[in-house]
Design a protein around this ligand. Structure first.
Ligand code: NAD
Length: 487
């Protein structure tokens, strides 16, 4: 059972986080070689985190299974492997990332001085994580925060309690220095208490746009900067210029779309939320989609292959939307007759294709966040883009299946998005050192390799000017006169 952190203890933890940061900086300032000492400290903490996760890998996979019937292979391939890669990449590159960057401005005022930009820690930071990737989206930003020299408080999702308990346990077991990394368990009251803190120096929030807005508003009251990693409706396009004569290529494209739409029970922020198919290829695409759906889920009742929905509320929401949809529904043959055992807390929505959807369909309103893929038949690409831009200006990501470079550029130019994949889905999130993040309502700020390090740092310009430069700079001081003006 998940015990929520008492509200007064949250205040203590916030104070400890802030004090620990200042104490550490004070101690560091007395070191002989400050940068080397700091690098060694941060690397050591990252290694502790890495080995603590490795050691508890099975416990984490079991906890996610307990929380929402998370398919173990998905926990490994979508969550733990990217997390290991992220932390190892941080350890490998930390020295390079921490190094101040020299700037050369050759104008007379600066050319004989020395300018560099150093990345300094933000201070006491807060990571609020969501339910759908309860480990990766909690511990990657936590590792980024530590790599960047901050103290950090983690508030895991209360919707995945077994995983939240396991993370807190492994963090305690790892033996971090006092106050460096603390966990606060809880839901709305606990998170509200955290985001109202005046002592925090930064918040990294991942979750829904509505809550993101609450977090940003609370943070703004104390001028606390935020990174917001939000969700939304990310479209996939299969256009007239996508050559479907090659059947094997078409099947590959469909598999990739299903991989993005149905993995993790469709609960992925970057999931292709709906598929737009040009009318000239629509029938063929739909015919193949039904075949591929059966092939990908031949034994639906198998206990370990398919991830369920996190919680009853999300389950009812997605079921209601599917029931209200006026499109035609397909589920794999193997899933027909399957009844999910809600009394045991098992909320399964089988992978569902919904064809012939219209713009006013229930599945077109908000992010679906479930294993449902509405398919829309379109005739005019620009009209379709107009509709999308009007409804959902800037999605987190867009997926394009088109063999024409010009058409791809056309779509990319019209539709701004956080990111884009051409020819695949969702896997861009794990590309090392590529920024991942939204634009507009899908969020702001980004992370991924060095971008994660940067997200938790401030870039400080340091300029050192020699005193003898006043031989040249005398003209900037009063008393002003005409000769100085000419210079
Ligand atoms: P959520 O917004 O319900 O919860 C996220 C976190 O916010 C949780 O820790 C929760 O305890 C806290 N919270 C909830 N309500 C709150 C409130 N009123 N005040 C303060 N804190 C509150 O999101 P979720 O259901 O856990 O996750 C799903 C959403 O997250 C989807 O919209 C998805 O697209 C998005 N998401 C985005 C990314 C990304 O990287 N962009 C990744 C994963 C999920």
């Amino acid at each position: 059972e998940l015990h929520y952190t008492p509200l007064d203890l949250i205040d203590t933890k916030l104070a400890v986080s802030s004090e620990t940061f200042f104490e550490r900086q004070k101690e560091l300032s007395q070191a002989k070689n400050i940068r080397k000492t700091d690098l060694q400290f941060r690397s050591k903490q990252l290694k502790k985190l890495y080995y603590a996760i490795k050691k508890n890998e099975k416990n984490l996979i079991d906890a996610m299974y307990e929380d929402y019937h998370r398919a173990p292979q998905e926990s490994m391939q979508l969550e733990l492997i990217p997390l290991y890669n992220d932390i190892l990449n941080m350890i490998k590159n930390l020295s390079k990332w921490m190094k101040p960057k020299r700037i050369c401005d050759m104008s007379p005022t600066y050319m004989l001085g020395k300018t560099y930009v150093e990345k300094i820690a933000m201070g006491s930071t807060l990571v609020i994580s969501p339910c759908n990737f309860p480990v990766l989206l909690a511990l990657t930003p936590v590792a980024n925060a530590i790599a960047a020299g901050n103290t950090v408080i983690l508030k895991p999702s209360e919707m995945t309690p077994a995983t939240a308990i396991e993370m807190e346990r492994l963090i305690e077991e790892a033996g971090f220095p006092h106050g460096l990394l603390q966990v606060v368990q809880g839901a709305i009251p606990e998170t509200t208490q955290l985001i109202r803190s005046k002592t925090l120096n930064m918040i990294f929030y991942t979750g829904s746009p509505n809550v993101g807005s609450i977090v940003a508003q609370e943070a703004a009251k104390n001028l606390i900067p935020c990174v917001l990693e939000l969700g939304g409706k990310s479209p996939a396009f299969m256009t007239q210029k996508f050559n479907i004569k090659n059947n094997s290529k078409l099947r590959t494209a469909i598999k990739r779309i299903f991989f993005g739409a149905f993995s993790n029970g469709g609960q992925i922020c970057v999931t292709p939320d709906y598929l737009m198919v040009h009318e000239s290829i629509y029938d063929k695409v739909l015919e193949q989609a039904k075949i591929v759906l059966d092939e990908m889920y031949p034994t639906f009742n198998s206990d370990l292959d398919y991830t369920y929905v996190v919680g009853e509320r999300a389950y009812n929401a997605i079921r209601k939307k599917v029931e209200a949809s006026n499109g035609e529904k397909y589920i794999p043959e193997s899933a027909k007759g399957f009844v999910t055992d809600v009394d045991k807390g098992l909320y399964c929505v089988p992978p569902t294709l919904i064809s012939d959807c219209s713009w006013d369909d229930s599945l077109m309103e908000e992010e679906n966040f479930g294993a449902v893929l509405p398919i829309y038949k379109y005739s005019d690409l620009d009209e379709t883009l107009d509709m999308i831009i009007k409804k959902n200006d800037q999605p987190l990501v867009q997926y394009i299946f088109s063999d024409s470079e010009h058409e791809r550029q056309h779509i990319l130019t019209r539709l701004r998005s956080g990111d884009c994949i051409i020819g695949d889905t969702i896997i861009h999130v794990a590309i090392q050192d590529a920024p991942f993040g939204g634009i507009g309502k899908s969020g702001y700020g980004n992370y991924g390799g060095i971008y994660g390090f940067d997200a938790f740092t401030h870039e400080r310009t340091v300029f050192k000017q020699p005193y003898w430069m006043d031989k040249m700079l005398f003209m900037r001081y009063p008393p002003y006169n005409k000769t100085k003006l000419k210079l």
